[in-house]
Ligand binder design. Structure first.
Ligand SMILES: [Zn+2]
Length: 379
């Protein structure tokens, strides 16, 4: 019986269960923002490196412990869903491999290893076989999420950002994504919904009611809702993506940090998350100032990126009647431009290298996009 993610989508709010019974509510779209923030492909590759890296002399016990601690420290603070993935799902898999306890303290090395991970203290050495099994479990999970991100990103960009004369609203574009012939998304989404179980739950003061719930004399808030329960983060992501699109909730890239956020008003350009420049201030606080500064000082990288995007966008619009996928090409291509722009701004590549890669005519990009930019949204 799966039971890690318990979700209820009412009033544009998603709830998730923590610590056994506590239900925390977040505005719908919050998980999706995190999902697109995390570089799942990188996590996937790192997990594979630990599996394959047998040349080091360190025992796998130590390497697994270091790797798992790093994962936990990096991911858990970002979002409660990631904490559930690491602390409940991955740790749950380890726990299920422990020999039966039968009411006695378990004296095996495996049990001590599991406890060491739980407490963050140096572990004893255990069999590689078990560690390899856990690593493959983590790897499979990241692999699935990386695949999902690759599939969802172009759809998200199309639905949220692209202008399409034939389909004007988010809902209309979403409808098209789901109903076009042989839609890979449609098939995938339908199969993911089978991972949910339905339950009807009572809540009091944001606490799920069950026989353990302490009775509260003056409950402030009583609710009864249908909840969907699953142990699959992939299914959760699909559910949230569908809800965000179907309810016409606009999401876009923050003009400062480029991460996705839910736009509250039409003129909203900056997210309210801690800014990369100063984590104590949000992008909303620092963004407008920086943009003004850039305008005054001039930013050749941003200027070129804006110019080429406009150029290719206009061309795609012109070609749309004869080339139905022109907008899709533009969409994928501009993601690559953003990636390279980030690299140029951080100094990883020079301005000339950036210009050489992106400065092409609109027609050239629409025609030869595959050669100009082999598609890889995650890099
Ligand atoms: Zn931001």
């Amino acid at each position: 019986m799966p039971g890690y993610y318990i979700i209820c989508i009412e009033n544009k709010t998603e709830y998730f269960q923590r610590m056994g019974a506590y239900i925390q509510g977040e505005k719908i779209g919050t998980w999706l923002m995190t999902f697109f923030d995390v570089n799942w492909e990188k996590l996937d590759k790192e997990s594979l490196q630990v599996i394959e890296n047998d040349r080091t002399c360190d025992p796998l016990s130590d390497r697994y412990y270091d790797y798992f601690m790093k994962l936990k420290n990096e991911l858990c603070p970002i979002h409660p869903f990631l904490d559930i993935l690491i602390s409940d799902k991955f740790m749950g898999e380890m726990f299920s491999d422990m020999p039966p306890i039968l009411g006695q303290p378990c004296q095996t090395k495996e049990w001590d290893y599991f406890q060491a991970i739980k407490q963050g203290s140096p572990p004893p050495v255990i069999e590689d076989e078990l560690l390899r099994h856990w690593l493959h479990y983590i790897h499979d999970c990241f692999d699935e999420l990386a695949e999902l991100q690759k599939m969802l990103l172009p759809e998200m960009e199309y639905i949220m950002l692209q202008e399409d004369p034939a389909r004007k609203t988010i809902l209309e574009k979403y409808y098209w994504v789901r109903t076009r012939n042989h839609s890979a998304y449609e098939i995938y989404a339908r199969s993911q919904y089978q991972n949910f179980q339905v339950s009807f739950e009572l809540m009091k003061n944001n606490i799920l009611y069950n026989c353990m719930t302490p009775d509260c004399e003056k409950p402030k808030k009583m609710e009864a809702n249908i909840f969907l329960t699953t142990d699959s983060l992939v299914a959760v992501t699909i559910l949230e993506f569908d809800n965000v699109c179907a309810r016409n909730i606009p999401m876009q890239h923050c003009a400062n940090c480029n991460r996705w956020f839910v736009r509250k008003t039409k003129n909203n350009r900056f997210c309210s998350r801690p800014s990369p420049q100063n984590p104590e201030k949000t992008c909303q606080e620092v963004g407008p100032n920086l943009c003004y500064q850039e305008k005054i000082e001039g930013n050749p990288i941003a200027d070129l990126a804006r110019d080429v995007k406009k150029r290719v966008y206009e061309q795609a619009k012109r070609e749309l009647a004869n080339k139905p996928n022109a907008m899709k090409i533009y969409n994928i291509w501009q993601l690559n431009v953003d990636n390279l722009k980030e690299k140029a701004e951080s100094g990883e590549i020079t301005y000339d290298q950036f210009a050489q890669a992106v400065d092409h005519s609109g027609a050239e990009v629409i025609r030869n996009h595959g050669e100009l930019f082999p598609y890889d949204p995650i890099v």
